[in-house]
Design a protein. Sequence first.
Length: 196
Amino acid sequence: MNDDLSRQGATTPDSEYTLTIDEALERYDRAGRPRTARSVQRYCAKGHLDCRRIETPFGEKYLISPTSVAKHIAYIEEVRPTATGRDVSRQVATNVVDEPRREEPRQTASTTDDLSRQAATSPDLSERYIGRLEGEVTFLREELTTKNAQIKELTERSRETNVLIGGLQRLLAPMLGSPDPHRPMSDETPRPEHSQ
């Protein structure tokens, strides 16, 4: 029997793909090489893990070959003896806190004697700012007055247009043989019939 798993045949049966992403994550954790679910998905997409993508009622999911997970863990241990990649979980970063730190003398904060911030609240700047705001308010009030006048004029023009269209309909109604659309229904009198 050939134990070389480096090349898997094209006729690998689907029954070899038994691990879900969560089960693969457990194997990485047990090997001391924790990974995130997104990392394992990337390994599948890039071909680092031998897997099959299947359709489920909730979307697609990967089924992974257990031998490919074991090979990948061995590869990681061989090539990357100290975990420094992006796939390392966040807990590894907490080891830095345990290292003793050498205390260095602190410099005095530069903002203690900084007077530039106080100048920003000087009366001169406040007055200019208030003056600018008052100017904006005045401008906006004038614009509002102008817009109200324009709306009033447009409303008047719309009313005049409606009156003109109504008059035109009354003039054209007899020529088109239809009753006057603006005459009340009770005013209608029967037309005299012409004898032939």
